[in-house]
Design a protein around this ligand. Structure first.
Ligand code: GAR
Length: 207
């Protein structure tokens, strides 16, 4: 497959975005991040992207009051950049049904648990790890999956397990899982780039 054109959608720190940037710069990944979109104006991930001269866009309630306008603006950015693959890297907003349909099997998400455990409505970021600790789980982990119209319900691509220790807190567990996320996300994109994991590109080309 030729160079993958990626859009990375974020809401916060963007350490997963950074892992993708680093993998591209070290030539581990043959891909190009065409645009980084955030639904939060002050997301640190936007600064990370700008530092590497990657185009950024803020599409949130601050500049598009109505949800339909936000959805339309995001679709326009993705279409105008001829994006092959959308990567949700800590993006805590909902995609419109139009985007999910138009980019079917071309959107992936990283989630900080072993799906189907600790996912769906309300399970994001710290909340996931707090619930894992509360239930005294012995293991947790990270999952990459395709995005469909549900919340964390799409087909699983890769998972990696992480041990949970008695002395862990939600914070220490989150930090250990985040490190695993970084290489899990890069290895997922690499598998897509190398054609080991098929995405919806061919269908899109025939539209
Ligand atoms: C990551 O742990 C990611 O898995 C999680 O948000 C964090 C973003 O970190 N995403 C979710 O919980 C989505 N359900 P980052 O901004 O440093 O990449």
């Amino acid at each position: 497959m030729s160079r993958l054109k990626i859009a990375v959608l974020i809401s916060g720190g963007g350490s997963n975005l950074q892992a993708i940037i680093d993998a591209i710069e070290s030539r581990e990944l043959d891909a190009e991040i065409k645009v980084v979109v955030s639904n939060r104006k002050n997301a640190f991930g936007l600064e990370r992207a700008q530092k590497h001269n990657i185009k950024t866009a803020y599409i949130g309630v601050g500049n598009y009051k109505e949800i339909s306008l936000r959805h339309r603006a995001l679709l326009e950015v993705l279409v105008s950049e001829s994006i092959d693959l959308i990567v949700l890297a800590g993006y805590l907003s909902i995609l419109s049904p139009e985007i999910i349909k138009q980019f079917e099997k071309r959107i992936i998400n990283i989630h900080p648990s072993l799906i189907p455990k600790y996912c769906g409505e309300g399970f994001y970021g710290e909340h996931v790890h707090e619930a894992v600790m509360l239930n005294q789980e012995k293991e947790s982990g990270a999952t990459t999956h395709f995005v469909d119209e549900g919340v964390d319900t799409g087909e699983i691509i890769k998972q990696e397990r992480v041990a949970v220790f008695k002395e862990d807190t939600a914070k220490t567990l989150a930090a250990r899982i985040l490190k695993v996320e970084h290489h899990l996300l890069v290895s997922t994109i690499k598998a897509i780039q190398m054609g080991q994991v098929k995405i919806g590109l061919e269908e899109a080309k025939n539209d």
